[in-house]
Design a binder for this molecule. Structure first.
Ligand SMILES: *Cc1c(COP(=O)(O)O)cnc(C)c1O
Length: 471
């Protein structure tokens, strides 16, 4: 299995391990497998009823080429999901006659990002060890990504992790999930600024070639291909439980960066029988507008009750553009250049027809999310979080008797106690994992939004790796 940039139409390809270590491609594009591996009916039948970790290892094995043996992947998956606090790992809960919730919040940070980052952390560590290299993970977070990345990399020998968050702009629980990690390889920085300032600092440091080589900068945000591949597994697991491959299944996915729903598209491209893939957004509805009209137009970011979906430019969308364009790299580059220049582009003709055949979409504003949280609570006694509620609201409008509809529940309700209390008048009980943090000491460095000071901080804190190039 070889990987190619979304901005190429052929030519140089790279290995899985290269894509894993590198993050984005050097031409500014994102890596995609050259061909979709097949998940045929026989393979699917063989996975039915298997523990989640086995399904995850089997799906990942289709993408890793020679980088990891099947036995090693099994070990990695078993370790990755051993710390989840539900024996089904990604349990399905029935909400209505043909409507299901897949709970993706039983991992260590209570949001779905643990599914991919627990696997990617171990795979990255193994790849670095093999090369005798070390790396520095650098990322900006508005909340959930930073916590899941720290949880995945804390205490790993070959990795230092530096996470920037905007000072005073993440919730106390989100901050503590990051700053209470005692391991010396974890470095939290509270930046005097907003999330965009953090993001700009990360970009500036990645653009510094000398620093990049010296400390081995690596990216694990959702543009890293390995994260998408790991996420395809829960679509497979849910579909098998509900009757695939003999019966098609639909999914509704609360969406921000388009990573999670793109993983569903990948599972479908591999042969999983998916009837509908529904994109659910909050008021930041650039993706819903795109599916309806083909117009992709960047707007202002609105703050909502579902902050992890408060995104206007969905980085993984470029991968879909490549698929819709028949992997025409020049066309993808032209669209992305237009977006950078004008903040907008329009798909038409065959590309738009393909997009509308592949996805449906809908949006839920804060009022709709609160009403859905209240309604699900009254009808079933379950507390759902505002991101999952956006999904359920949209899913109900796309339900059909011909296929079970699965809504992905991306976070635990207890991460958003204020919204839950507003919806139903009750504060959710604090899960032990979160309660423990309230008494733990925090470690965080405060810095201004200044490239030179952050660069010095990173150099000071990180051990310089041996200089070896990624092959
Ligand atoms: C990150 C996140 C999302 C959005 O996922 P994407 O892959 O960016 O579409 C949705 N819900 C929660 C709780 C998240 O943390």
């Amino acid at each position: 299995m070889r990987y190619i940039s979304t901005r190429q139409s052929g030519g140089r390809t790279v290995s899985f391990e290269h894509a894993l270590l590198r993050g984005p491609a050097p031409d500014g594009g994102l890596y995609l497998p050259e061909h979709w591996p097949a998940l045929d009916a026989g393979t699917l039948e063989g996975l039915r009823g298997k523990p989640y970790a086995e399904v995850a290892a089997a799906v990942m094995a289709l993408f890793t080429g020679r980088a990891f043996s099947r036995a090693r992947l099994r070990e990695i998956a078993a370790e990755s999901y051993a710390g989840f606090d539900h024996p089904a790992t990604a349990p399905l809960v029935q909400l209505g006659p043909n409507l299901w919730l897949q709970e993706l919040f039983h991992g260590p940070t209570l949001a779905f990002k643990d599914f991919a980052l627990q696997m990617v952390g171990r795979m990255l560590d193994a790849a670095l060890a093999r090369r005798g290299r070390t790396a520095t993970i650098l990322a900006a977070t508005s909340g959930d990504t930073g916590a899941a990345a720290i949880e995945a990399f804390r205490g790993r020998d070959a990795v230092s992790i530096v996470i920037l968050h905007p000072a005073g702009r993440v919730s106390e629980m989100q901050r503590r999930q990051m700053t209470c990690a005692p391991e010396p390889n974890v470095h939290n920085v509270a930046i005097a600024g907003d999330f965009d300032d953090c993001q700009a600092l990360v970009k500036a440091l990645f653009a510094d070639a000398a620093l990049r080589d010296e400390v081995g900068l690596a990216a694990v945000n959702s543009i890293n291909w390995a994260r998408v591949a790991a996420q395809a597994a829960y679509y497979v697991h849910a579909a098998l439980a509900l009757g695939a491959p003999g019966r098609p299944i639909s999914f509704t996915v609360p969406t921000g960066n388009f990573g999670n729903v793109y993983a569903g598209h990948v599972a479908r491209q591999m042969g999983l029988p998916v009837e509908r893939l529904v994109v659910a957004t909050n008021r930041n509805d650039i993706l819903a507008r795109f599916v309806e009209s083909g117009l992709y137009a960047r707007g202002r970011v609105h703050r909502t009750l579902s902050p992890s979906m408060d995104i206007q430019v969905a980085s993984n969308f470029e991968r879909l553009l490549a698929d819709l364009s028949g992997r025409d790299g020049a066309a993808v580059r032209a669209f992305m250049d237009r977006l950078a220049r004008d903040g907008v582009f329009q798909l038409t003709g065959a590309r738009l027809a393909r997009a509308q055949a592949a996805f449906a979409a809908g949006r839920a504003d804060d009022e709709a999310c609160l009403a859905t949280i209240a309604d699900v609570w009254q009808a079933t006694g379950r507390m759902i979080d505002p991101h999952g509620a956006a999904g359920v609201h949209v899913a109900r409008r796309h339900a059909s008797p011909s296929a079970p509809m699965v809504c992905l529940a991306t976070a635990h309700a207890a991460k958003f106690p204020d919204a839950i209390e507003r919806a139903i008048g009750i504060r959710p009980a604090m899960p032990p994992r979160l309660a423990r943090l309230a008494a733990s000491p925090e470690r965080v460095t405060e810095l201004p939004a200044d490239v030179a000071q952050l660069t010095r901080f990173v150099r000071d804190r990180v051990h310089a790796p041996q200089r070896e190039r990624v092959a």
